[in-house]
Write a protein that binds this ligand. Structure first.
Ligand SMILES: [Zn+2]
Ligand SMILES: [Zn+2]
Ligand SMILES: [Zn+2]
Length: 246
């Protein structure tokens, strides 16, 4: 076979990247539609429903059976091996065309389908943990110092700027919003540009935020003063009235 010219090689690589980006875009669209459907149809269990033992609203199976995780392949008894195979078979029968991942709750042997079954609700303790995590994140200014900007070329041929933490060697998402198309688009190509914010810009942003805060404070103080002046005028009129009556 003749060796590919450099040009041909690049053309093929570009075509592959484009195909992959279109597939990611399509998957993103399907995932979003499914999430919207779950929301619309009220298919998510609340924490209370879950605690009360309501089955999965996607497949009808119990959310969990409390039987503990499956032992590793090497450690299953004959009985467990048969059970496991039967469970796998049943899953394939219930989800013949889903071709999707599976999920289960730790400590349980029930398997749910990524395509059919909405994820389980978060416990209040977990929500609390997440809230604490978010609260402990460094401030926006601190984070800006470690952000790199990337130039992304999308399936629509538009380019967008994308920022993420410097530690990533590649763009951590394969689909982004394209403001020009007002749609989600797959990323065909990405190129790191460098630090997303320079010190001067971080300082400017900080000053702008401070100015905005002061302007709000000033507006609040002014309207308070106006109220006080109106009250004073009303009191003055009342005093005048009483004096005339005397
Ligand atoms: Zn399910
Ligand atoms: Zn399924
Ligand atoms: Zn676009």
């Amino acid at each position: 076979m003749a060796k590919l010219t450099e040009e041909e090689r690049q053309r093929r690589a570009a075509a592959r990247a484009r195909k992959k980006a279109l597939e990611a875009e399509e998957k993103d669209r399907r995932d979003r539609e499914r999430r919207e459907m779950w929301q619309r149809e009220g298919m998510h269990l609340s924490w209370e429903d879950y605690e009360a033992g309501e089955p999965c609203r996607g497949c009808g199976e119990p959310m969990e059976d409390g039987r503990g995780d499956w032992p590793g392949t090497m450690y299953r008894s004959e009985q467990e091996k048969r059970e496991y195979d039967a469970a796998q078979e049943r899953f394939r029968e219930r989800h013949p065309d889903c071709k999707s991942g599976r999920w289960g709750i730790s400590g349980s042997r029930v398997t749910h389908c990524m395509l059919c079954c909405p994820p389980p609700p978060m416990s209040p303790a977990r929500i609390q943990k997440l809230a604490e995590l978010v609260a402990s994140w460094p401030s926006t200014d601190e984070r800006k110092k470690d952000q790199d900007a990337w130039k992304l070329t999308l399936t629509c041929d538009h380019t967008v700027r994308y920022t993420q933490h410097r530690e990533h060697d590649r763009v951590s998402t394969d689909v982004v919003d394209c403001p020009e198309c007002d749609a989600r688009r797959g990323v065909v190509q990405s190129e790191r540009i460098g630090p997303a914010y320079d010190d001067e810009q971080i300082m400017c942003d900080r000053l702008a935020a401070e100015r905005e805060r002061l302007a709000e404070e000033l507006a609040a103080a002014k309207s308070k003063l106006q109220r006080q002046q109106r009250n004073a005028a009303a009191t003055r009129r009342r005093i005048d009235e009483i004096e005339q009556q005397l």
